[in-house]
Design a protein around this ligand. Structure first.
Ligand code: EPU
Length: 350
């Protein structure tokens, strides 16, 4: 087992923040995790799992042992009349996997094209876009328990998926609590691609594309291309302008709270949820507070989407994690003062 020391993490986080891992282990197979558990020097060490680094803000050097997930491999494990089940290694890139599945003739993930990060990171925050979430295309996953050294499998219910949430985002606080943060490492994910394929076109941006192109029955490839075009027009490419996607979750309020806000701001973008609550567009709230395009230090708010915080210093003078968090806090304060709503960050702050 080779534990590297003092490893620069700037190439491994999409914000491009400068930080180092004091210790880093590249995990290329489950055997690497077994070796870690068998090593008395490392077994008890706190760990931090790093996938594509597309949803983290590094506020300093990382002291826990960084497990850099590099488990590769994609294979069809089941072909039933109702679905294709495909198993993917946690270290595979999400977007490349979506494109590869399409090439194989196993569509279903096209609405989630171009999401940065790895397949192993996808269940952690139940990634989603344009009307489809990971949980809609999920069969099961394999994980490794760093405390017991055992492998285990979870189905969707056991993952406790929520909006940008799962059991992997929470640490257990008591005996009856099943939080797995800091304890479990996802090694393989099995995706379920339902047959027959059905397009998901309810999202406004996609409905617009249908109208623009006049396509009545779009193919999976067309939807894939539309989603790529929509994202490229609205979201910055992290290789050019560092960012971690949406920085805050879209908040949920009661119908009464929403009615109050509408009375003051009739234009607020809001979506009724099946349980009667209302989801508000955080990007709209931030935009309404005048943040779009603003800069504080080397961190800024993207010009085309106020929900995305960006690193304006490039790779040479990058924003620090502290600068990003100072900006995030200033945004939270102004949204709270104007709307009485507390925005919750989406990325993991380390
Ligand atoms: N809006 C503004 N001003 C802005 C930004 C947005 O008025 O500066 C308005 C838009 O006009 C639109 C509404 O807010 O009416 C929602 O914006 P958008 O369609 O861009 O989606 P979002 O709610 O901001 C969510 C996800 C994205 C996902 C898109 C598409 C969250 C936190 N974000 O963004 O996910 O790609 O929907 O499904 O749920 C991510 O999680 O990192 C992410 C990029």
């Amino acid at each position: 087992m080779i534990v590297e020391r003092n490893v620069p993490l700037q190439p491994h986080n999409s914000f491009g923040i400068v930080a180092r891992a004091q210790h880093l282990l590249r995990v290329k197979s489950v055997a690497d995790l077994e070796a870690l558990h068998a090593d008395a020097n490392w077994r008890e060490a706190p760990t931090f799992v790093l996938g594509g680094g597309s949803n983290v803000v590094l506020t300093g050097d990382v002291k826990p042992l960084v497990l850099k997930m590099e488990i590769a491999g994609r294979r069809l494990v089941e072909d039933t009349p109702r679905a294709w089940i495909v198993e993917v290694g946690a270290g595979e890139l999400w977007h490349d996997t979506v494109a590869w599945l399409l090439d194989q003739g196993w569509p279903g993930l096209e609405n989630m094209a171009l999401i940065p990060g790895t397949v192993g990171g996808a269940p952690v925050q139940n990634i989603g876009a344009y009307g489809v979430e990971l949980q809609d295309r999920f069969e099961s996953l394999d994980a490794f328990d760093l405390q017991t050294g055992r492998r285990f499998t979870l189905d969707a219910a056991q993952c406790a998926f929520g909006y940008r949430d799962s059991v992997f985002k929470h640490a257990a606080t008591g005996d009856n609590d099943f939080g797995l943060a800091g304890r479990a490492v996802i090694t393989h994910v099995r995706l379920r691609l339902p047959k027959p394929w059905k397009p998901v076109l309810g999202y406004l941006d996609l409905a617009r594309k249908m109208e623009e192109t006049g396509a009545r029955a779009p193919t999976p490839r067309q939807i894939f291309d539309w989603v790529c075009a929509i994202r490229q027009a609205k979201l910055p490419d992290w290789r050019v302008l560092g960012n971690a996607g949406s920085f805050f979750k879209n908040p949920t309020v009661t119908a009464e709270q929403c009615a109050d806000i509408i009375a003051r701001d009739p234009k607020i973008v809001h979506y009724p949820m099946p349980d009667g609550s209302i989801k508000l567009a955080a990007g709209w709230l931030i935009d309404a507070c005048g943040w779009k395009g603003k800069t504080m230090g080397h961190a800024g708010v993207y010009e085309k989407q106020a929900l995305v915080l960006v690193n304006r210093g490039g790779r040479a003078h990058p924003a620090t994690g502290g600068e990003v968090m100072t900006l995030a806090k200033a945004i939270q304060t102004s949204v709270y003062e104007r709307f009485g709503i507390r925005l919750e960050p989406e990325p993991v702050v380390v």
